[in-house]
Design a protein around this ligand. Sequence first.
Ligand SMILES: C[S@@+](CC[C@H](N)C(=O)[O-])C[C@H]1O[C@@H](n2cnc3c(N)ncnc32)[C@H](O)[C@@H]1O
Length: 290
Amino acid sequence: MTARINSVYAQKYQPFIKWVGGKRGLLKQLLPLFPKEFKNYHEPFLGGGAVFFELYSLGYLKDKKIYLSDINSELINTYNVVKNNPIDLISNLEIYKEKHSKDFYYETRALDREDGFLTISELERATRFIYLNKTCFNGLYRVNKKGYFNTPIGSYKNPNIADEDTIFSASSALQNAIITNQSFVKAREVSNEDDLVYFDPPYYPLNATSSFTAYDSNCFLEDAQFELFEVFDTLSDDKVKVLHSNSDTDFIKDLYKKHNINLVTANRFINSKSSGRGKINEVLIKNFGV
Ligand SMILES: C[S@@+](CC[C@H](N)C(=O)[O-])C[C@H]1O[C@@H](n2cnc3c(N)ncnc32)[C@H](O)[C@@H]1O
């Protein structure tokens, strides 16, 4: 495995899943706002990890401790399997690719409704997670109130279910990362002076109809945004460098008014219709520099 992983070192490291709210399209605007010098790196709302993989590709994370976490347990299980067992994961994905059909999609999706779901091996759960991510509508991770995945099948002609190169390169990038399933509040416990923390939470909604914030079965509304603000402030007191992406809303700008607020422009779905795609401002808040 080491030889296979080393052979992809020259490649760019990138997310192995699609993720709603992913930062891939914004990297050119975000990265110049990141500090070049910091001690260790923390990303507590990991999602697809676009920022982590970009920083890693640029060499900014060399010889640093890397702490990655997210509240979504199936997502974090998948990261750990990509890190520790990419060969078996790819073999399994090849099998799923052969079996892919509408019936197979819905059978696989239904597995989390069965009592023994969490007794299925970590490898099988990770295979299911990537398979569903690659074949479901828009890569949308959506669960119902009971926590069951309920996104319908997407209409891809040839979905890239077993993306070997991306999984191997991601695996090598993750070798030094500590990957944990936990809430962002825990970020406080492991961050020290001059570390860098990047927060990319579910955004505060622009208006009542744009409120897609339920990535897990939990929502991320005012209370959670206030809690995040408290963590941001505590980390600032501890001289940790913090960056935070969120929506360009009065609520967020008022909350962080004493910090450095930068506008970036994203191309996003702004309502449920595809005609709702358009340019929209977001903010990147920093507790340092200008
Ligand atoms: C906007 S997405 C992050 C996108 C990511 N930056 C990317 O490029 O793909 C927000 C993430 O926050 C996670 N999340 C939601 N509530 C959380 C919480 N309380 N603690 C930690 N993670 C949380 C979700 O599971 C989701 O993966």
